[in-house]
Write a protein that binds this ligand. Structure first.
Ligand code: ACO
Length: 376
C-alpha cells in the first residue's frame, strides 16, 4: 500500500486541504495558531469562554450588550433531560469511562435545528461530564448555577464550590487555547457527518469518539502518569530512555503539523506557572519541567532532525492537574473547549452544503471466481 502513489493517495491525508475555513489557521513551521483572526496568545487568557464561542460562531467579538444576552442564553441551556440523566446513571453503574459516557450522553441531546443543537451541546456537555463524574464517585450531581460563567460553573458542578478567580482564569485560558485547531481529526469527523446533511448532535457525538484516541486528545492523562512514574528529576533520563527503547511514544511530545513548539504549549505553560506559583504543588511543577527538558533532549537523539517538540497535551496535563481535575477528566475537559470549534465548523460546513466524499485506491485483487462452500 503505497504512500504518495500515482493516484495521489497520501496516508493520513497529510497536506491534503479538505476545507476552507475562517475559524483557525495552524502554521506548523512558524509555530503560529490563529483563531478567527487572533493569535492564540492574544485571545486565550483574556477572553472568556463565551467570548471565544461567540467569536467562532459569528466571526466577530461581541460588544457588552451582546455578550450579556449570549451568556444568559447559554446558561439557560445547561440543564439536560431526564433521559440523559437516566443513561448516565445506568452507565455509571457499569463504571463506563467518562469519554464513552460523554459520547453516549451527547447523543441524547434532542435534535431540532442547528442553532438549538449547537447551544444545547456547548451548554450541556459540562453538565454531563460533571454529573457523570459525581455519579461515578457515588455523589449526587450538583445543579448548574446560572449566575456563574461557563468555566466557573463547570468547576462548581464538579465540586459544589464556587471556584477562585485564579482557577476560572486558568480554565478559561485552557478552553480558549484548545477551542479550535484547523482540520484536526475530530473536526474532520464532525464536518464529514454534517456534510451528509445529518445533524450537529451526531457530528459532535462522532467527534467525541475521535478525540478520545491517544494520538489525538487522549494523551494528557498518560503524559502526567509519566511524570508521576518518574517521581524525581534524577530518574527522568532512565525512565524515558527505557520507554523509547521499548518503541513507546512519549506522550505530550510530537505533532502532525508543528515542527516547532506548539504555541498552545506556551500559553498553557504560562497559565500553569501562574497557577502553580500561587496555589499548587510547586515540586511537581519543577519535576515536570525537568521531565520536559530531558524528553526533548532524548527525542532529538532518538529522531535527529525531526524536531519533536512539546505539544499542547503536556501542559494541559499540568494545568488541569493544578486545577485539581483528576486525569480521567482531562480529555473530557478538552472536549468542552473543542466543542466550540466543532459546532462552528458544523455551521461552516452546513453553509457550504457539499458532501465530503473522497476516493480510495483499490489495492485488492479483481475478477475472482466464486467457489461454493464445500469447495473452499
Ligand atoms: N515519542 C517518540 N517517538 C515519536 C513521538 C513521540 N512522542 N512522536 C513521533 N515519534 C516518532 C514516530 O514514531 C516516527 O518514527 P518512525 O519514523 O520510526 O515511525 C517519527 O517520530 C516521526 O513521527 P511523525 O510523523 O512526526 O508523527 P505523526 O505525525 O504520525 O504523529 C503524533 C504525531 C501522533 C502526535 C505523535 O507525535 C505522537 O504519537 N505523540 C505522542 C502522543 C501525543 O502526545 N498526542 C497528542 C497530540 S496533540 C493533539 O492531538 C491535541
Amino acid at each position: 500500500m503505497g504512500e504518495n502513489s500515482g493516484t495521489g493517495f497520501v496516508a493520513g491525508l497529510e497536506d491534503v486541504v479538505a476545507a476552507e475555513t475562517r475559524l483557525s489557521s495552524v502554521d506548523g513551521e512558524a509555530g503560529e495558531l490563529t483563531i478567527a483572526g487572533f493569535p492564540v496568545e492574544e485571545l486565550a487568557g483574556r477572553a472568556s469562554f463565551e467570548e471565544v464561542l461567540y467569536l467562532l460562531w459569528n466571526d466577530e467579538l461581541p460588544d457588552a450588550g451582546r455578550i450579556e444576552d449570549f451568556r444568559k442564553e447559554l446558561a439557560g441551556r445547561r440543564g439536560v433531560s431526564l433521559a440523559t440523566f437516566e443513561l448516565l446513571r445506568a452507565v455509571a453503574a457499569e463504571k463506563v469511562p467518562v469519554m464513552d459516557a460523554l459520547r453516549m450522553a451527547a447523543g441524547t441531546v434532542r435534535t431540532g435545528g442547528d442553532d438549538e443543537e449547537a447551544m444545547a451541546l456547548v451548554a450541556g456537555l459540562p453538565t454531563i461530564v460533571a454529573a457523570y463524574w459525581r455519579m461515578l464517585g457515588g455523589e449526587e450531581p450538583v445543579a448548574p448555577e446560572s449566575g456563574l460563567g461557563h468555566a466557573a460553573n463547570y468547576l462548581y458542578m464538579l465540586t459544589g464550590e464556587v471556584p477562585s478567580v485564579e482557577f476560572v482564569r486558568a480554565l478559561e485560558t485552557y478552553l480558549g487555547a484548545v477551542s479550535d485547531h484547523g482540520m484536526n481529526a475530530s473536526t474532520f469527523v464532525a464536518r464529514t457527518i454534517v456534510s451528509t446533511r445529518s445533524d450537529f448532535v451526531s457530528a459532535v457525538a462522532g467527534a467525541i469518539g475521535a478525540l478520545k484516541g491517544p494520538l489525538h486528545g487522549g494523551a494528557p492523562g498518560p503524559a502526567l502518569e509519566v511524570v508521576f512514574e518518574i517521581g524525581e528529576a534524577g530518574r527522568a533520563e532512565e525512565v524515558l530512555r527505557e520507554k523509547l527503547g521499548r518503541g513507546e511514544r512519549l506522550m505530550g511530545f510530537g505533532h502532525r503539523i508543528y515542527r516547532v513548539r506548539d504555541p498552545r504549549a506556551d500559553v498553557l505553560a504560562n497559565a500553569a506557572e501562574r497557577l502553580y506559583t500561587t496555589d499548587g504543588d510547586k515540586e511537581l511543577y519543577g519535576l515536570a519541567l525537568e521531565v520536559e527538558k530531558t524528553a526533548l533532549r532524548l527525542l532529538e537523539e532518538h529522531k535527529p532532525g525531526r524536531n519533536l517538540q512539546t505539544n499542547v497535551e503536556f501542559y494541559t496535563a499540568l494545568l488541569l492537574h493544578g486545577l485539581r481535575l483528576p486525569a480521567e477528566l482531562f480529555t473530557p475537559t478538552f472536549a468542552l473547549g473543542r466543542v466550540a470549534g466543532w459546532t462552528a465548523h458544523c455551521f461552516e460546513q452546513r453553509a457550504l452544503d457539499r458532501l465530503i466524499r473522497p476516493q480510495s485506491e483499490y489495492v485488492g485483487e479483481k475478477d475472482k471466481r466464486w467457489a461454493p462452500l464445500e469447495e473452499r
